[in-house]
Design a protein around this ligand. Structure first.
Ligand code: CO
Length: 459
């Protein structure tokens, strides 16, 4: 029996615990060691890493990727990609999706985990096709959620459809950490019956079930699990790598991991974690178990957003009403999984419905775009009365939203003449225009400073 481990400390653990604020220099020295650990892969790029490099860390995310490639030449580097949204927050034209995927592979990515928040396969097919053409391994990813339309049969069919798209593995992404051990057992057993591909499970410790969920997943034959080095594990992050390695070896599994290397990796990250705890960037609460997601059926991150929204409006007394309204709005919208950007959309609408004292009196432009079909197809049927309230006489778009988008690359490249140094720069700008503009300015200032010092070192 074999089980592979994907180490998430550089991406999801970093994102879930310290809002992706880990700069490259803080982990550069451990890369050669991580390269020897025997991980199935290291998730190190994509998700919020790209945005945060530019926005908060003054780092070129492409440069980070090239350094990761150099630092871990023998390890499979993995990224998370939001299908047609890439790493941004809206849909991009196919031209940009293809270029972005091609550049990701060219700069060092081996495995691309591709998902769509609505599980609309039209939103992952272009990225998948390009990744395969470029020689990357695609992990076709299911956004896991619970609702009357998200049945085990429906998920198994999704896996089957992804298999026919040519993906190499199927990943089940439980972003909220709400999958129970028994659900994992049943879902993975069913998927294993319907496809011949290896199955990967991604979950979070948030509600405290993850270790048990992985154990039952293994009993059902899961091939790979996501874990984080122990000092960056638990709470809203993944379960601990060393712990599960120890447990699964004891159960007779071959993990491929070297426990001595895992210890050195963890010893390296301990003072890094302590530094973030000291600065307050790592809130100890994030490391604890939070069962609210089980009671309210709302992911932990979304819950804290709702609280923040209500506090800002001085309306915390409406908290229970908003919590009752949230699943109703989700049902009205055809049960979208509560993942970015749907979680924000549903939360804001539920709050608006309660505060206005009238449902759908105020409708956000995101909900309108969603109802029009700009995010893809709703998993279930949108409540026809709500659809009428939201769209009025406007008709939902037919077909795929990205087909209505014009190419933008050449035009943008021209606009950035003398500023962008390469095509990667242009892509960064297309995804995050304001943030990247600021980054370009900071980069230029830094380079000019270097030149000045080189010319006049005594200054
Ligand atoms: Co995650």
């Amino acid at each position: 029996m074999k089980i592979g481990f994907t180490e998430t400390v550089l991406r999801d653990a970093n994102q879930s615990l310290i809002a992706t604020r880990l700069p490259y220099e803080k982990f550069a020295d451990i890369l050669p060691e991580m390269d020897k650990a025997g991980y199935y892969s290291v998730e190190c790029w994509g998700g919020a890493v790209f945005d945060c490099c530019l926005r908060y860390l003054n780092e070129d995310p492409w440069e980070r990727l090239r350094k990761l490639r150099k630092g871990m030449p023998n390890t499979k580097l993995q990224m998370l990609l939001r299908g047609q949204n890439l790493l941004g927050y809206k849909h991009y034209p196919d031209e940009i999706v293809r270029m972005f995927v091609a550049k990701s592979v060219e700069n060092g990515i081996d495995i691309i985990r591709i998902f769509d928040a609505l599980n609309d396969l039209r939103n992952i097919e272009v990225a998948t096709d390009e990744a395969i053409k470029r020689g990357a391994q695609v992990s076709g990813t299911i956004s896991y959620t619970q609702s009357p339309v998200h049945t085990i049969k429906a998920f198994a069919k999704l896996a089957k459809d992804m298999e026919s798209m040519g993906v190499a593995t199927i990943c089940i992404k439980d972003m909220a950490g709400v999958m129970s051990p028994q659900e994992a057992y049943e879902l993975i057993s069913e998927i294993k019956k319907s496809v011949k591909l290896p199955v990967v499970l991604h979950t979070h410790c948030t509600t405290g079930m993850a270790y048990m969920t992985y154990l039952k997943a293994a009993e059902a034959g899961v091939d790979v699990i996501d874990t984080a080095t122990s000092c960056f594990s638990g709470g809203s992050s993944q379960p601990a790598t060393e712990t599960l390695n120890f447990a699964f070896e004891g159960l007779g599994y071959e993990t491929g991991l070297d426990a001595a290397v895992l210890k050195r990796v963890n010893d390296f990250f301990k003072p890094v974690r302590d530094e973030f705890l000291k600065s307050g960037q790592l809130d100890p609460k994030m490391l604890a178990t939070d069962t609210d997601a089980l009671n309210y059926k709302v992911p932990g991150g979304m819950l804290s957003n709702l609280v923040a929204q209500l506090k800002a409006q001085n309306a915390m007394d409406k908290f229970d009403l908003v919590l009752e309204e949230t699943p109703k709005v989700r049902a009205d919208l055809g049960y979208p999984p509560l993942v970015t950007p749907m979680s924000q959309m549903v939360g804001v609408q539920a709050t608006a419905n309660v505060l206005a004292g009238e449902r759908y009196k105020n409708i956000s432009k995101e909900v309108k775009a969603y109802c029009k079909g700009e995010y893809g197809k709703a998993p279930g049927k949108i409540n026809p009365e709500v659809l009428k309230l939201v769209l009025g006489d406007e008709k939902p778009i037919q077909g795929r939203y990205a087909d209505t988008l014009e190419p933008v690359f050449e035009k943008t490249k021209k606009e950035l003449e003398g500023i962008a140094k390469n095509d990667e720069d242009v892509l960064s700008y297309i995804l995050f225009p304001q943030v990247t503009e600021k980054y370009f300015a900071a980069r230029k200032a830094k380079e000019e400073k270097v030149v000045r010092y080189t010319i006049a070192p005594a200054e």
